[in-house]
Design a protein around this ligand. Structure first.
Ligand code: HEM
Length: 167
């Protein structure tokens, strides 16, 4: 069966959510690069709050002018974006996993592995932050990001060729 023909609702939902997930992983890796490059991991070393609040005031997040500069040069916004994207990614991964498990077979197994990897990556990111970025944690967080990305790409390729409930 050609890709996209007569897919069930869980198959279609899982596929659309997986494309979204892949885009978010790319964006998150770019945000991570900004965190590392601006040394934002050495500021706000608490979780889940940043300087006592879940969402810091706009005067902190957009302290620099012009406003666009904050996205790369203001450690508060750089770190905040990386945190928020992690929560969004986790939500997407759970949602995708929910539909993929309804398909069963290998898609269900792969999506569960991706969920486990994503949770591990988030926990590792939090540890990296709380410990103020020791080298081993920064390297492990970077390596796990590559594993998450690779697994997501493999899952997309396999799901694109989905022709039966057990592909
Ligand atoms: C869940 C998905 C996540 C992904 C895919 C991800 C990915 C990345 C990547 C690729 C980097 C850049 C590493 C480098 O270039 O050296 C990075 C840096 C970083 N991330 Fe994440 N991250 C995630 C979640 C989190 C979370 C939840 C936190 C903490 C709340 C976090 C904290 C950090 C910190 C502190 C750095 C800077 C490390 C350094 O300075 O070397 N990450 N992340």
């Amino acid at each position: 069966m050609s890709a996209g023909a007569a897919l069930s609702w869980p198959q279609r939902a899982a596929r659309v959510l997986l494309y979204g997930l892949l885009v978010l992983v790319f964006v998150q890796i770019a945000f991570g690069g900004l965190v590392a490059g601006s040394k934002a991991g050495l500021a706000y070393n608490t979780w889940p709050l940043m300087d006592g609040s879940f969402i810091p005031p706009a005067s902190t997040l957009f302290a620099a002018t012009p406003w666009i500069e904050n996205f790369a040069a203001n450690v508060a916004l750089v770190q905040f974006n990386h945190r928020m994207m992690a929560y969004l990614l986790l939500g997407f991964t759970f949602w995708h996993c929910f539909h993929a498990r309804a398909i069963g077979g290998s898609p269900a197994k792969r999506s569960t592995v991706i969920l486990g990897l994503m949770l591990a990556q988030a926990v590792l990111g939090i540890i990296t932050l709380l410990l103020a970025v020791p080298l081993w944690a920064g390297l492990a967080h970077q390596a796990l990001a590559m594993i998450v990305l690779s697994m997501a790409v493999v899952h997309v390729v396999r799901l694109r060729g989905l022709s039966s409930p057990c592909t």
